[in-house]
Design a protein around this ligand. Structure first.
Ligand code: UDX
Length: 446
């Protein structure tokens, strides 16, 4: 099939490359000439394992092209997939400006029947409104499809080529069948629904996963107070198939370009039809508060006085294996520390440059090496679970620090890792350790 993908962000670029890998002829379009130029030079604007190799292969085999010229690409395609951004507006509502702009440009380029699918996460009703918009500009025939995307950054290629399921929202069988045929090589688990349900599946899935994270984070907070270990609790819960083991990792809360945006958007979508999504409101609130978990621990350790301290930050990306820093918990944590007179030093193996631009303030000491962050620090906070940190030599680490204090916001280290070190170690939802020995809460206090 001949496919145009509009938007070369995470979703668009990964999808475009993977559709080409399936043997389709794909043109990826973006308005951003700089991005297209990079792609044409064989450079990938995002850090995503495996993507460059797959893009190079499909380009050299002639199935993948990049351009800024939307109308030409659309005219040469049977299927047009919109994967442009839907960033949040201050109200939390998704901003559909890019979707609408692209829709108008598609309408003006139409030259016969096409399937127009929306992969961007859009509120219920958007596909129908976009169809109306296109219909108001052209009498050429087309079908609308809702094609929600479930890929995760860092494992986007794998998630796209081996998805748990494909969801196709269609209002007629012919278009649905064509989309099923396109995705059949990926999985047998293809769910065809009406358009509005498909749009809802995406929001409901992300909201549910965010709920699992906030749930386990609250359980972690209680574990800390009663002297239990949340990793064991999650393991014990996860074996129950009805619960499932994934997305039960306690930490400093979810970030990224999807969960924060989509949870707020769903609250807004519900609000627009006079429904207050109380549970999801709490999920968002808990997530916000969880980011301060690290700060609360630092304050406990330093008796409430952080001013004048040197604190190292390990990890700035919202999760490992990505250079994406959108809505990363590291931002608020670092801003809080800087605003409270702390000297902050920071390092990330991949996301440092992106974070510098995102942070936008002066005063942080940016480090090129993990160990430099720890040099003369009063405490070190691990905020992203990069492998590099898990493999660190803790004895070497403590030897360069002013005080051997480690706050592990992602539960990277195990109790035995800390044995034989001098570290005071706090993690999330697990007993704190002093030189590798568990600090017990007396049963009397419970
Ligand atoms: C998410 C969805 O998983 C994906 O299906 C959707 O298409 C886009 O949004 P992504 O944001 O790339 O993907 O990352 P994900 O791996 O889901 O992690 C999101 C955040 O949750 C990260 O900040 C991560 O650290 C956090 N998280 C995840 C936890 O804190 N605990 C967990 O158990 C899992």
């Amino acid at each position: 099939m001949k496919i145009t993908v509009i938007g070369t962000g995470y979703v668009g670029l990964v999808s475009g490359v993977c559709y080409a890998e399936l043997g389709n002829e794909v043109v990826c379009v973006d308005k951003d000439a700089g991005k297209i130029e990079m792609l044409l030079e064989g450079k990938i604007p995002i850090y995503e394992p495996g993507l460059k190799e797959l893009a190079d292969k499909n380009r050299s085999e002639g199935r993948l092209a990049f351009t800024t010229v939307l109308d030409e690409a659309v005219r040469g395609s049977d299927i047009v997939i919109l994967a442009v951004g839907t960033p949040p507006m201050p109200s939390g509502e998704a901003n559909l400006t890019y979707i609408n702009q692209a829709a108008l440009e598609i309408a003006d380029a139409m030259n016969g029947y096409k399937i127009i699918a929306i992969k961007s996460t859009v509120p219920v009703g958007t596909n129908e409104r976009v169809a109306e918009l296109i219909r108001s500009r052209t009498s050429e025939p087309f079908d609308s499809i809702s094609l929600p995307e479930f890929l995760r950054e860092g494992s986007a290629v794998k998630d796209t080529l081996y998805p748990d399921r494909i969801v196709i929202g269609a209002d007629n069988e012919k278009a649905a069948d064509a989309m099923v045929q396109l995705h059949r090589p990926l999985t047998d688990q293809i769910i065809v629904t009406d358009i509005r349900s498909a749009e809802m599946i995406k929001y409901a899935s992300n909201a549910f996963l965010a709920t699992k994270i906030s749930f386990i984070n609250e359980i972690a907070n209680i574990c800390e107070k009663v002297g239990a270990d949340v990793t064991k609790v999650a393991e014990g819960m996860g074996y129950d198939k009805r619960i499932g083991a994934s997305f039960l990792k306690a930490g400093i809360g979810y970030g990224g370009s999807c969960f924060p945006k989509d949870t707020r958007a769903l609250i807004q979508i519900a609000g627009n039809v006079d429904y207050e999504f109380k549970l999801l409101r709490s999920v968002v609130e808990v997530n916000q508060d969880q980011r301060m978990n690290v700060i609360r621990k630092l304050e406990t350790i330093f008796g409430g006085e952080l001013r004048g301290k040197t604190i190292g930050i390990w990890g700035l990306a919202f999760k490992p294996n990505t250079d994406d820093v959108r809505d990363t918990p590291a931002l608020e944590i670092m801003q809080y520390l800087a605003d409270n007179g702390v000297k902050v030093k920071a390092y990330d193996p991949i996301a440092l440059d992106n974070f510098k631009a995102y942070y936008g303030k002066e005063g942080v000491v940016w480090c090129d090496k993990a160990l430099d962050v720890a040099q003369d620090a009063d405490a070190l906070c691990l905020l992203t679970e990069w492998d590099e940190f898990a493999e660190a030599d803790l004895n070497l680490l403590q030897s360069v620090m002013k005080q051997a204090i480690l706050i592990d916001g992602r539960n990277v280290f195990k109790e035995e890792d800390l044995l034989g070190t001098d570290f005071i170690y706090y993690s999330v939802g697990r007993p704190s350790l002093n030189k590798g020995v568990k600090e017990q809460i007396p049963v009397m206090q419970l």
